[in-house]
Design a protein around this ligand. Structure first.
Ligand SMILES: [Zn+2]
Length: 420
């Protein structure tokens, strides 16, 4: 029986509905990694795996796996995964849509007794969202050996150590500094996710096929001026750190706009965090700290941005009243999705007659980490007004269902091409 998008709507709706109930009641939708609600959601997922007859396990990185073993004796594996943790007051679809889609694909395979030439594993990747330990994608970083001792030993604001939390959930934090052996056997890592942007909705397109995930850089900027009485220090005598900061904010925005247009690739830059000292109505701001978040699919645009920003800061340091310091505090490289898988996703989508485009992701994802060591690719489905990481986040179930159908088709195509 072929997999139709229409016939799976009620299953997807029900499972998303089940998970949305597992939230901090005062703060919907909140299910932060390692919290009580997170554990509750994991029990729910374990039960779902068991209902589908999957072999349940937790790997050393704390990922929760439901495995459908091939009848052929093989170590090869196709992974379909996403995440069920949320940010505080997050949404009902980010990550969740991908896990539910994976369940739906496995259900169809089981019900129709389809034999695959590889094992099929559903993954709930541990802690995808940025957390109180200042780290995202714990599970996938763990799989590729990218969690070092400094990260594992970090404490959160309650004094809990990350490695203890990983161990408590069933992982083995002492075995996370090298890539997992499963990586050698991965045929493909596939992920369905809501777009978290407006491109698909505005163009009225069903499926976004992701060709790249941008590099993410963060810079801290410190502007030092001189605090003083807002009534007595005359305008031409001031070193107002906030006024200088506002010039930087405007400069960064204009520069990013120009480079985004020029490169015709994903390029965005944001200053979303700012602290003003002393932050009082009658005092000239003496010091400002800001964080610049930069995401780029083009290395040359990124390099140019940094060069021009550094030049601007140097000029401002020489001619302006304040002293500015900028420091790179985080970096994740740009990655490309596997070209063959991108093509195959396109064919799969075309066969259903769903409209599709090849696009760059704006956000970081677990698949970005896995794509560094194994063939990986992902698809996006539209979400309302591009809203995400907020309770208003919404995707039409019929759209999630179309994406699920494409995911199934993809597994089927991989099965055909891996048949001996
Ligand atoms: Zn996500």
């Amino acid at each position: 029986m072929d997999f139709s998008a229409q016939s799976n709507i009620s299953f997807i709706k029900q499972k998303i509905g089940d998970l949305e109930k597992i939230t901090d009641q005062d703060n919907p939708y909140t299910r932060i990694v390692f919290s009580k609600k997170f554990y509750e959601a994991r029990s729910w997922l374990k039960n779902e795996y068991q209902k589908l007859g999957l072999i349940v396990s937790t790997d050393d990185a704390g990922n929760l796996i439901g495995l459908l073993k091939s009848k052929t004796n093989t170590e090869k594996v196709v992974i379909i995964g996403s995440h069920i943790d949320t940010v505080p007051s997050g949404g009902r679809f980010d990550g969740i849509a991908g896990v539910v889609a994976a369940l739906c694909v496995v259900k169809h395979i089981k019900e129709n007794d389809i034999n695959l030439p590889f094992n099929l594993a559903v993954y709930d990747y541990l802690g995808e969202e940025l957390n109180d330990w200042s780290i995202s994608c714990i599970g996938t970083r763990g799989m590729i050996g990218a969690l070092n001792n400094e990260i594992l030993s970090r404490s959160n604001s309650s004094g809990e150590i990350l490695k203890d939390e990983i161990d408590k959930i069933g992982g083995k934090s002492n075995l996370l500094t090298k890539p997992f052996s499963i990586i050698e056997n991965i045929v493909a890592c596939l992920e369905l996710h809501i777009e978290q942007g407006k491109v698909l909705e505005q163009k009225n397109i069903d499926i976004g096929i992701v060709r790249s995930i941008p590099s993410i850089s963060r810079f801290s900027v410190e502007v030092n001026g001189q605090a003083g009485h807002s009534g007595t220090i005359l305008m031409d005598q001031r070193a107002d750190a906030l006024v200088t900061s506002s010039e930087i904010i405007t400069f960064v925005n204009k520069l990013a706009l120009t480079l985004a247009k020029e490169s015709n690739q994903h390029f965005v830059s944001t200053i979303g965090k700012i602290n003003i000292h002393p932050n009082a109505a009658a005092i000239i701001p003496g010091k400002v700290e800001m964080t610049i978040d930069l995401r780029a699919s083009s290395k040359s645009s990124r390099d140019q941005y940094i060069k021009e920003l550094e030049k601007q800061i140097e000029t401002m340091n020489q001619s302006g009243p304040c002293k500015i310091k900028m420091k790179n505090i985080a970096f994740a490289p740009y990655v490309e999705m596997d070209k063959e898988l991108v093509k195959l996703f396109k064919v799969s989508s075309d066969e259903y007659g769903f409209s599709n485009i090849i696009m760059d992701s704006g956000a970081g994802h677990d698949t970005a980490h896995l794509s560094r060591v194994a063939p990986a690719s992902m698809i996006f489905v539209p979400c309302m007004d591009g809203l995400s990481h907020c309770p208003e986040e919404y995707a039409e179930i019929s759209d999630v269902s179309k994406g699920t159908a494409v995911l199934f088709k993809m597994v089927e195509k991989l099965a055909n091409s891996n048949q001996n």
